[in-house]
Design a protein around this ligand. Structure first.
Ligand SMILES: Nc1nc2c(ncn2[C@@H]2O[C@H](COP(=O)(O)OP(=O)(O)OP(=O)(O)O)[C@@H](O)[C@H]2O)c(=O)[nH]1
Length: 228
């Protein structure tokens, strides 16, 4: 949390924010990444969640923050990793895949006043899901967040559109205002933690038949080669 103030003086272009929650065996353990395009309020949401405050302007230095929560009597330690978005501009890059592999859950943010930021969310979901599918992780806890609800007079994305996207992609959906409201941000976070809990109870999908055939043929090919 102390590191947050150092970010305030830096101008920001595009940031990608991570929240990581590391919990011992007695507690819950989760890594969460917050993603979205420029100026949608990723840092504002993160800071709101951690400090309950809205400070207005946020920087773009990559940092990891730690914080403890108690949810329903269980302690939750949150490590928050906030990095500039331009480092992860392409979902094809290895930093993107590394972060997706690391994360147990995702908060994907768009601004209700910025249609391009909403369109970017669908692409992010597809990239995240295909990376997770490769890792044989069926359940990917994702929350879609329409931020800046207080600016409803400048709205270009309807609530229904966000809700429909979430329904189609099997995600949760919330509309919030980081500027005006802490409770809705906390509710969103609780929703995600529930999904992460459920996902952690789901056993990894076994290797598909195609994968098994591939592995077997690899063994036989090796044997044939060995015998020469
Ligand atoms: N009105 C309003 N402004 C907001 C809200 N959330 C964030 N902002 C403002 O939007 C701007 C961008 O917020 P950031 O939190 O820096 O957004 P970001 O997605 O981290 O931005 P980048 O780091 O540039 O990608 C700032 O001026 C914030 O004060 C909100 O809920 N309502």
């Amino acid at each position: 949390i102390t590191a947050l103030s150092s970010r305030q003086s830096d101008s920001s272009l595009l940031t990608l924010t991570w929240i990581s929650c590391k919990i011992s065996t007695k507690e819950m353990e989760a890594n969460v990444v917050v993603m979205g395009t420029e100026s949608v309020g990723k840092s504002a949401l993160t800071v709101r969640l951690l400090t309950r405050r809205f400070i207005g302007e946020y920087g773009d230095i990559e940092s990891i923050y730690s914080h403890s929560f108690t949810i329903e009597g269980r302690e939750l330690t949150l490590n928050l990793w906030d990095s500039p978005y331009f480092q992860h501009l392409s979902v094809e890059t290895s930093p993107f895949h590394k972060k997706v592999r690391w994360a147990d859950g995702f908060i994907l943010v768009y601004s209700i006043c910025d249609r391009a930021s909403f369109n970017a969310v669908s692409k992010l979901i597809q990239s995240i899901k295909s990376t997770k599918d490769f890792l044989r992780e069926d359940k990917v806890p994702i929350v879609i967040v329409g931020n800046k609800r207080d600016l409803h007079h400048r709205r270009t994305v309807l609530s229904e559109e966000g809700r429909l996207l979430a329904l189609n992609m099997d995600c949760l959906f919330y509309e919030v205002s980081a500027a005006e409201n802490y409770d809705s941000v906390l509710t969103m976070f609780h929703g995600l933690m529930e999904r992460i809990k459920e996902a952690k109870l789901t056993i990894k999908r076994p290797q598909r038949f195609k994968g098994i055939v591939k592995s077997m043929s690899a063994v036989f090919t090796r044997r044939r080669t060995d015998s020469f």
